[in-house]
Design a protein around this ligand. Structure first.
Ligand code: S3P
Length: 171
């Protein structure tokens, strides 16, 4: 596998969990965008949002995607908003393959509602709002994706096997 595999999708679609699993299956390293940004800035993502605002965080995402071009191929768990900038998507496509993970709004809510670490859902942690934001972002996710994998009701192993089947011809 010579390229990065970018896992994209809405919050709670399983990017982090499946990136871990996929990295183990392939022997590749894992890049967790949120964690790397948080480590570099020495503060959690929600603190970056609160102190410096969303645009600043989006700039950090763009910088990190730029840097990935110079690193060994990895499985990249992207932040849920990383594809909102066309510039980021163009770089992802240069650097690797982009796999969109999807889940229903209900599944997303079940997975993340107890966590309290998603600033873009602050004060709006409910299924109707998640559905609305998901729909608003859908064109960006669809435009970025080389492949799509639905995650509802599947194990990480099933999801990662599907991903590997899809990407294997192109890596
Ligand atoms: C965001 C998703 C988060 C994180 C930040 C913004 C978004 O990542 O990057 O809170 O705009 O969708 P996850 O998708 O890993 O939750």
């Amino acid at each position: 596998m010579k390229k990065h595999i970018f896992l994209i999708g809405f919050m709670g679609c399983g990017k982090s969990t499946n990136a871990k699993f996929l990295a183990e299956m392939t022997g590749k390293i894992r890049t967790e965008m949120d964690d790397e940004i948080a480590a570099e800035k020495g503060m959690e993502v929600q603190t970056i949002f609160r102190k410096y605002g969303e645009t600043y965080f989006r700039d950090l995402e763009t910088e990190l995607i730029k840097k990935l071009a110079f690193r060994e191929p990895s499985v990249v768990s992207c932040g849920g908003g990383a594809v909102l900038r066309e510039e980021n998507v163009a770089m992802m496509k240069e650097e690797g393959l982009v796999v969109l993970l999807t889940a229903s709004p209900e599944t997303v809510y079940e997975r993340i509602h107890g966590m309290g670490d998603r600033p873009v859902l602050k004060g709006n942690m409910n299924v109707p709002y998640i559905r609305e934001l998901m729909e608003k972002r859908r064109p960006s996710y669809e435009a970025a994706a080389d492949f799509r994998v639905a995650t509802d009701g599947k194990t990480a192993e099933e999801i990662c096997r599907e991903i590997l089947e899809l990407v294997s011809a192109q890596t």
